[in-house]
Design a protein around this ligand. Structure first.
Ligand code: HEC
Ligand code: HEC
Length: 230
């Protein structure tokens, strides 16, 4: 390389560096409060499946806005590591496999999301208002909703809180979640298609329960509005 090219290269590098330093400062000044969790949510494919701000998940995927932070950190880690797979969905693959695939780089099998980013995205999601109640596709039988409520109060409240709205820290909110998602998760915990380091307590409760009982519980919980009252 001759000297004049080297000089031009040095000048150009200097210009580029000062441009990027300037735009970095401008950015930091304009958006001082930008939550890194939101950016991760938008750029690491989460939004494609869980919908805008975690409130409009596709198909029977879970809404995750307002979910417990610690619970979400655990679940994201279980899904990435393959500890949580779930039963097979309509495509014939384990339900959590699409998420796992989206978050693992095929070239080196390493996660595309760091531990810190998992923490940040979960913290941001936990602060978002939960989804509004969805109209059931077919009207629910009020007797089933009532039976689900009774069953919930006797068997589930201790861990998921009154009306599924006040779980113990690290346990999931189950109120206002999509009906079909709730139903499938109860079945999956019973069949051990979903068996995680934290699912044993719940398994002990659902192992002798029937699909009819799961249906009443899912009918009831899907109709509890997390945005109403306390
Ligand atoms: C390809 C679709 C897809 C993508 C992309 C995806 N997820 Fe998921 N996610 C799912 C599905 C489906 C489940 C439920 C799996 C099951 O039923 O067992 C799930 C479960 C979860 C759960 C557990 C919810 C619960 O109530 O147990 C959390 C938290 C979560 N995802 C967060 C994220 C975050 C954060 C991202 C981005 C970094 C992401 N997901 C990307 C499809 C996806
Ligand atoms: C001993 C405490 C305990 C009891 C009792 C219990 N659960 Fe759970 N439940 C949990 C825990 C912990 C999890 C998360 C398991 C994991 O980490 O995979 C869970 C998960 C769930 C999920 C999946 C949530 C999601 O977002 O994926 C549903 C739905 C659920 N429970 C409903 C119920 C219902 C309905 C009952 C009563 C029949 C019940 N649970 C009883 C502790 C409990």
């Amino acid at each position: 390389m001759n000297k004049s090219i080297l000089t031009r290269f040095a000048v150009l590098t200097g210009v580029l560096m000062s441009v990027s330093a300037a735009s970095f400062t401008a950015n930091a000044e304009e958006k001082p409060k930008r939550d890194p969790g939101k950016k991760i949510y938008m750029t690491k494919t989460c939004m494609a499946c869980h919908g805008k701000d975690g409130r409009k998940a596709m198909l029977n995927y879970p809404n995750i806005a307002g979910q417990d932070e610690k619970y979400m950190v655990n679940q994201i880690n279980y899904i990435i590591s393959g500890k949580r797979l779930g039963s097979h969905d309509a495509t014939g693959n384990p339900r959590a496999q699409g998420m796992q695939g989206a978050l693992i780089s095929p070239s080196d099998n390493k996660p595309r999301i760091s531990k810190e980013e998992i923490q940040q995205v979960a913290a941001w999601l936990a602060k978002q208002p939960p989804a509004d109640l969805q109209e059931p596709k077919t009207p629910l039988d009020p007797a089933s909703v009532e039976a689900g409520k009774k069953l919930f109060n006797s068997k589930c409240k201790a861990c998921h809180g009154a009306e599924g709205k006040k779980p113990l820290k690290g346990n999931p909110y189950v109120a206002g979640q999509k009906r079909d998602y709730l139903f499938i998760q109860m079945q999956d915990i019973k069949s051990k298609a979903r068996q995680t380091p934290k699912s044993a307590g719940m398994y002990g409760i659902v192992k002798n329960m029937t699909d009819e009982q799961f249906a009443t519980l899912a009918d009831y919980l899907s109709q509890v509005d997390r945005n109403a009252g306390n």
